[in-house]
Write a protein of this length. Structure first.
Length: 44
């Protein structure tokens, strides 16, 4: 995945990894909350 310029991104990879971690945590929390709401609706 090299750019046409030839130089790789020296500093952007860490920021992208942190952003990916934030997105993964956000999706995990959303799925967990929806699962809990679904179970609570089935119990009530």
């Amino acid at each position: 995945m090299s750019r046409p310029g030839g130089f790789p991104a020296p500093r952007g990879t860490r920021q992208w990894r942190r952003l990916a971690w934030f997105v993964a945590l956000y999706l995990a929390s959303l799925s967990i909350v929806s699962l809990v709401v679904f179970l609570l609706r089935r119990l009530m």
